[in-house]
Every structure is written in structure tokens, then in C-alpha cells.
Design a protein around this ligand. Structure first.
Ligand SMILES: [Fe+2]
Ligand SMILES: [Fe+2]
Length: 326
């Protein structure tokens, strides 16, 4: 028997029509006047913004860095939904959960609808920013380190179920820890109110998703065969590490394409100083799930660095580079 809290899932499912952003687009819509003088993205989330090589740039170039940071963040969020979370949730809904209680399937299907709406919200955010900033050029931006790590892992795997379960491990981490990063954007008073609003709308759904996946994770684990359980226990730490790995690739691409002088040096200075290594994830929910599954001591991962007593991740200014979107 699974020890999932069915009453909590039923409560979340029943509240979905009132709670979900997608269910009331009129009430829960992106809000706030566009103010060209405000940055699109928080300077505190750009690890090198205080570097003298950036500080001496003209203001329009500094603003372009933040605008492309915002566009890049949105693109990575869409990619995370499309390539990591949605395939994994689909696999759970169609292969793992049938035969279990209906409310588990209902819960995942509701979550999938939310995630599809999030991709639309973030694609709209990109279009709105391009229109308001009159951007008619494009930029090549690399996929996130999280996505690259999952793809690397999948290439080493043989069995289809291994690839599917690897995605489930990454999606579980994404779903149960994304709030910390969204909190930073949703609470930031310096950026475009419209952009803050996008993060707020996404975040309100993700608070429910982290509770949902915290319970569904138990049902899923209970459904696995012994060898699948072993695989999941080995893979979860790989996912946990991938989500807090330092990732400057997007910023490097932005600086290079904006022709910022000494871009490589600026990035290298930040990497060496350790900026960008701060946590943008709150792993307290994952630690709790592992504990409830009885696998905490089997996981090759040190949770003590990644959860705080308040349950919120450390979000020190000027130290966040990861851009681990979802
Ligand atoms: Fe989402
Ligand atoms: Fe989600």
C-alpha cells in the first residue's frame, strides 16, 4: 500500500477549477503597465552585473543584457515544460498510474493542463517583450545544463523504461523545488510589473504542483519493480545535482552576441569567484519525500547544503546564475 495522502490529493483536485491559473484567465492575467525604464530581469540574478567590464557599458547595452536574460529564462522554462516535465507526466498518466485510484490520474492530468498553459504564458511573455522593446533580431541561446544532463544520461541508457524513469526523476525534482526560483522573480519590485506577474501566475500553480508531486511520487515509487526502484534511487541524486549545477552558458552567449568586450574574461572571473553557485532551489520537499519513501540514507546527495530551516532556498543577491527554469 502506498502511504500517499489521498485526502490532500482529493482536496487539491477539487480546488483545481478555482485555484488554477488556466481555469480563470480573466481574473488571473498578466498585469501591470510596461515601463521602458525598468529592467526586464533582476540585476541580482545576473552573476556578473557588478563586474567592472559590465558596469562600464552604456546603459542601453546593460538593459539589453537584462532583456535577453528575461527572454532566455522564458525560453528555458518552455523547454523544461516541453522536454522534461510534460513527457514525464504523460508517462506517469498513461503507463504508471492506470490501475491505481482515479484521483491520482485526475491529479496528473490537471497538472499537465497547467504545464501546457505555462508554456503559452511564457511564449506570450517573449512576444510581448520583443514587441515592447522593438526587438527584431534573434539570438542563439543554449539549452540549460539541466536539460543537457538529462539528455547525456538518457544516451547512456538502453531500456526505454530507464529513459522514461530518468525523465520522471528530473521532473520530480523540478516540480518539488521550482518555487524558490519563482519566488525571487515573483517578489522582485525592481523589474517590469508584467514580468513579475508572469512569475506570480506560474508560481501559484507550482505551489500546488509541489504538494501534488510530493504525494504522487509515493504512488509512483510504490508501483515500480525492485530494479526500477534501484534505478530511481541512483538517478534522483543525478537530477538533484543537475538542478543546482553552475550554468553560465546562456549568459556567455548573450554577452558574446551583444559584442560585449572581454565577455569570456567577465564570465571566467565570475566562475572563479564562485558567483552563480548559490541555490535557487528549495530541496526540503524532496528531502521529505525521500524520507517518507524510506530511501533518504540510500541517496548519494547531501541535503544539508540545499535546504534551509525556513524551507526556502538561499537566494543571496548577485550570486544566482543557474537559470534553472521550469
Ligand atoms: Fe510549470
Ligand atoms: Fe509544475
Amino acid at each position: 500500500m502506498t502511504n500517499a495522502n489521498k485526502a490532500l490529493i482529493a482536496q487539491l483536485n477539487n480546488a483545481w477549477p478555482r485555484r488554477a491559473t488556466v481555469c480563470d484567465m480573466e481574473r488571473f492575467r498578466v498585469d501591470g503597465e510596461f515601463d521602458a525604464g525598468r529592467p526586464d530581469y533582476p540585476v541580482t540574478l545576473v552573476p556578473f552585473f557588478t563586474h567592472e567590464g559590465v558596469q562600464r557599458l552604456d546603459d542601453p547595452v546593460k538593459q539589453d543584457i537584462l532583456t535577453w536574460g528575461w527572454i532566455g529564462y522564458n525560453r528555458r522554462t518552455v523547454a523544461a515544460e516541453d522536454h522534461v516535465v510534460n513527457p514525464a507526466l504523460n508517462y506517469l498518466a498513461s503507463d504508471i498510474l492506470p490501475g491505481e485510484d482515479w484521483i491520482f490520474t485526475e491529479s496528473i492530468r490537471q497538472t499537465l493542463i497547467d504545464e501546457h498553459y505555462h508554456t503559452l504564458m511564457h511564449l506570450n511573455a517573449i512576444q510581448r517583450t520583443r514587441r515592447q522593446r522593438r526587438i527584431d533580431v534573434d539570438m542563439e541561446l543554449p539549452m540549460s545544463v539541466t536539460y543537457r544532463e538529462l539528455e547525456k544520461l538518457k544516451q547512456q541508457l538502453v531500456e526505454p523504461w530507464e529513459k522514461q524513469l530518468a525523465a520522471v526523476a528530473f521532473a520530480t525534482v523540478a516540480e518539488i523545488s521550482v518555487n524558490a526560483f519563482l519566488d525571487i522573480l515573483a517578489d522582485d519590485q525592481t523589474i517590469q510589473p508584467q514580468n513579475r506577474s508572469v512569475a506570480q501566475l506560474h508560481n501559484r500553480d507550482e505551489y500546488a504542483h509541489s504538494k501534488t508531486l510530493g504525494e504522487i511520487g509515493k504512488v509512483v515509487f510504490h508501483r515500480l519493480t525492485p530494479s526500477q526502484k534501484t534505478f530511481f534511487v541512483t538517478t534522483l541524486p543525478v537530477a538533484l545535482r543537475a538542478f543546482v549545477a553552475q550554468d553560465f552558458s546562456m549568459w556567455e552567449a548573450i554577452l558574446r552576441q551583444l559584442n560585449v568586450p572581454n565577455a569570456a574574461n567577465i564570465i571566467r572571473d565570475c566562475q572563479q569567484s564562485g558567483k552563480g553557485s548559490a541555490l535557487t532551489r528549495d530541496y526540503s520537499g524532496l528531502r521529505r519525500l525521500a524520507d517518507e519513501l524510506g530511501i533518504l540514507c540510500e541517496l548519494d546527495f547531501d541535503f544539508s547544503d540545499s535546504t534551509t530551516s525556513t524551507g526556502r532556498a538561499t537566494t543571496a543577491a548577485n550570486t544566482v546564475a543557474a537559470q534553472h527554469a521550469h
